[in-house]
Structures are given as C-alpha cells and as structure tokens.
Write a protein that binds this ligand. Structure first.
Ligand SMILES: [Zn+2]
Length: 496
C-alpha cells in the first residue's frame, strides 16, 4: 500500500531546531508508560468511549506522573490523566466518572471550540508537546523528558476553562455513557461533592482540574437529579475492579514516591495484596534488590497468573544485570498478557542479551509483535535495528533505524537511513517499498535541514534535565524506557 505523506510532519520537523534552544527547567511532570496501569485505564475508558459512539482506537490515553489532580483532553483525540487523580480516587467508579466526563467533552467537541477561542497562542504548546511525545517515543528518553518538562506544556494544554454549559453538558453525557455500560453516575457525584469546597475557593487555590472544569452548586444539583433517575445508580464496583484500582495506586506509590513514604503508607502490618505490591516495588527501589526479588516471588507464588508480578520480577533481575534470569519471568508475563507492546519489548531486551542466534530470532519476533501493536514505537524500532545488525541483516537494520528516526521526528536522519537501506534491500519487496516511502515522506525535511545548515548527520543537541520520581529510570514504571505512541493521524504508513 502506498504511503501518504503526512501533513503535520514538516511543521514538527521545523520545531525540532527551535526547541533545542529552550531552557530546561525541572518539573514534577513526566509522561509515564506502564502496561498494567494502561490496561486498567483502558478497561475503564474503552467501554465509555464506545458508548459515546467513538472508536477507542482513535483515542490515546496518556498517564502523567504528577501528584496534582488533573485530567484533560487535547486535540479531541488524546486523554491525559495525572497519577494524582488516580491516587485521589476512592473507588473505581469515581475515576470512571471523571473519564466519562472527559469523554463527554471529546464527543461534544468542546475542546475544539475552546481551542479556537484561545487561538494561535495554543499552537506552539501543541507542537512542543507533540515533539516531546515524539522524542520520548523511545531511546531519546532524556531529550523527550526535557521537552515535556521544559515549559509546562501540560499546564498550558489544560489552561482553558470550559463554560458552565459545557460542564453540565459533559456531566449529562457522562451519565449517559455510564448508564449505557450499566454503571452508576454516583461516583462522579461523590467525586464532585468531595471537592465541593473548591467552589468557594479563590481561583488560584483551586486544583487545576476544577479551574478547567468549574464546579457549581447548580451543576452538582443537576448531576444529582440525573443520577437519581438512573436505572443503574445503585450498581457498585466489583471487588475485582476495586482491587485493580488499589493495585494501580500501590504501583504508582511504590515507583514514584520516596520509599520511606511508601513504607509508611503501606506498613508491614498491612498484608493486603496492594500493600505487599507497593512494598516490593519500594524495596526494589531502595535499592534492596534481593529483598525486592523475594517479596515479588511471594506475590508470584500466590498469584502465578498475574502478568505484572512476573514483569516486575523480570525488571528487577534485568536491572540487576541478570538478563538471563529475567527471560523466564518476562516470557511468562508475555504469555499471560500477549497484547502488551511494553511487555514484548521488555521480553525482547532480556532475551536478546543472550546473544545466541536463537535468542536473537526470538527477540526479533517479540519486537515485531510489539510493533504490530504500536507501529510508531521508536524504542522498539531501535531495538530491532540492533538485532538486525547482530544477525547480519544490514538492510533491515538501516530501515529500522530510519523508522526509529521517523517516529522520533528526526526526518533528516530517517531520510539518510532510508537512502542507505534501499540499495541493499530486495527491489520491490515490502521493506524496499517502505524505505522508498520514508525517503519520499522525509525528502523535503532533509532538503530543508541541509539548506538551514543543519546537515543530516549532525546529531541533535542533547538536553538533560532533573527527572522526578526517582523511579529506576526516568519515566519508567515497567522496565521499558518511556515510549509514547505518536497521536493518531500524526503520520501513517506503517503497512507492515
Ligand atoms: Zn469538564
């Protein structure tokens, strides 16, 4: 299938150079990726998105590591949830209520109107953020994180206020979606009532969420009336759903809070599964890896079918330098949750460290599976390039490097590697056609870069920043460096 050049890429490519000049400031905000949390959030969001007559595949869900409570949508296609919001939820239905409300804003097109009102002032922030996502998309973790943190784009992106009419409209839609999925709107109501005091607070003291989504007594009353009339108003969260929320919260706490705080929030006297999970992670980060391993093994012994416990074990062993021992746990995690690109990549990294021909074949298979799930995952492309190189497949190695660069928004590099790949790939093969497509898509950007005195082989300036959280690696919860998929529509053309 021929590749259609993207409309947006040239603009993004231009912005790369400009961004490198921006000062870098430390920020408490980091884009995070974690297979378990993403799966749980998606399991909350997807039925609501479907109930809104939208396609879950079109809407990306991002997790931001930030203690403040916030949720917002951008571009009508991306939802962002702060870890602070997840930590604040007392029940899954509260979080689902907020997700349903955000879905209501997307379905009603509220963002589009707000953006128009703000006008061009918003555009640079969007571009900057998109670039941050691109850069972060794999490998170039530091650069991406710096871009994300550099000018508080997230705050800017959520720096608009919905009108009262939009808020009430989104509330009503939220209850409609909850009702359509057999769920209660009471969680949303509880959530608002919990923060009712915010209504009377000065604007500046309100949480960002309630600055963007202003609360009012009228609004709460209208929601109350609607929920009272709901058929499913008394439906409670299942024990399984409650456990999933608690496990997300335990994981966030364990990875992102200082370990002493986690031990204090989840004291040894608490032998619940979430408490033991949080402590195992905190112990691993302390770092006391042997104790972390034994605590995680106890969780696995009790729940052998939980993929995330196996993943945590794989991560601990891999980071301890025991890649060979990490293969087993990752293999089991992948068997239990085969649809997770992050787990496939984690497995590939561990197994590739073995270095044998069979190990490399297995790693390549896992990476190809990951790339079928997330075709724009630059980190997976980079790993694939290394493996192809080790296996003596220079054409594929160059093509995969071009793909990685393309998904990082580095068009000159993508162009150069696609050009290098073409003569050694079999003419007319799918890989050859893909290289040809990348060459075509990136041609203009490469010419422009050369003209502007930024030769394609000049490495982009590296920026570093203070990273929050103190997690084992920046932006990483689950053992794989931050890899953020590019928003749908930013480009297309991965037809293999
Ligand atoms: Zn709202």
């Amino acid at each position: 299938m021929p590749i259609r050049p993207s409309q947006k890429l040239p603009a993004l490519a231009i912005a790369v150079a400009a961004l490198c000049l921006q000062p870098v400031t430390a920020s408490a905000q980091t884009l995070l990726r974690d297979a378990e949390i993403e799966q749980t959030l998606r399991s909350y969001a997807d039925p609501l998105i479907t109930a809104a007559d939208l396609d879950p595949k079109d809407i990306k869900v991002f997790l931001i590591g930030d203690r403040s409570m916030n949720a917002f949508v951008t571009g009508g296609q991306q939802m962002f949830y702060h870890t602070g919001l997840i930590m604040e939820a007392e029940k899954p239905i509260q979080l689902k209520g907020v997700i349903a409300h955000e879905t209501g804003h997307i379905a009603a097109g509220h963002l589009a109107r707000s953006s128009e009102a703000i006008g061009n002032a918003m555009v640079p922030a969007y571009i900057t953020m998109a670039l941050g996502l691109l850069a972060i998309a794999g490998g170039a973790g530091d650069a991406g994180m710096a871009l994300i943190a550099s000018s508080q784009q997230f705050a800017m992106l959520s720096f608009f206020t919905y009108t009262r009419v939009q808020e009430s409209n989104a509330d009503q839609l939220a209850v409609t979606y909850l009702e359509a999925t057999g769920q209660s709107g009471r969680g949303l109501l509880q959530f608002f009532e919990k923060f009712r005091y915010q209504e009377v607070m000065a604007e500046a003291r309100r949480s960002q969420y309630f600055r963007s989504h202003p609360l009012s007594a009228d609004r709460i009353a209208a929601l109350q009336r609607r929920v009272n009339a709901q058929e499913y108003k008394d439906v409670a969260d299942s024990p399984q759903a409650v456990l999933e929320l608690q496990m997300m919260q335990a994981k966030i706490h364990g990875f992102l809070e200082p370990t002493a705080r986690t031990y204090s929030a989840y004291p040894v006297s608490d032998q619940s599964l979430p408490a033991r999970y949080a402590r195992a992670i905190a112990t691993f980060r302390a770092p006391d890896i042997p104790a972390g391993v034994s605590q995680t093994q106890a969780l696995i012994d009790e729940h052998p079918d939980n993929p995330w416990f196996h993943e945590l074990m794989g991560q601990m062993l891999f980071e301890r330098g025991q890649a060979e021992q990490a293969v087993g746990p990752y293999r089991r995690a992948v068997e239990l949750a085969p649809g997770s690109a992050l787990l496939q990549i984690g497995f590939a990294r561990a197994v590739a460290a073995g270095g044998t021909p069979a190990a490399l074949v297995e790693a390549e298979t896992a990476l190809r599976t990951a790339l079928r799930i997330e075709p724009d995952n630059a980190f997976a492309w980079t790993q694939l390039a290394q493996i192809a190189d080790s296996r003596g497949q220079p054409g594929l190695a160059r093509l995969a490097t071009a793909e990685a660069a393309f998904n990082l928004g580095d068009m000159p590099r993508a162009n150069r590697f696609a050009q290098a790949a073409l003569p050694i790939l079999e003419t007319g093969s799918p890989q050859w056609r893909r290289a040809d497509d990348i060459l075509e898509i990136t041609r203009r950007a490469a010419i422009r870069a050369a003209r502007d005195g930024n030769p394609p082989n000049r490495p982009r300036r590296q920026v570093s920043t203070v990273l929050p959280g103190g997690a084992a690696a920046p932006g990483l919860l689950s053992g794989v460096p931050v890899t953020v998929p590019v928003a749908a529509g930013e480009h297309d053309g991965h037809d293999h």
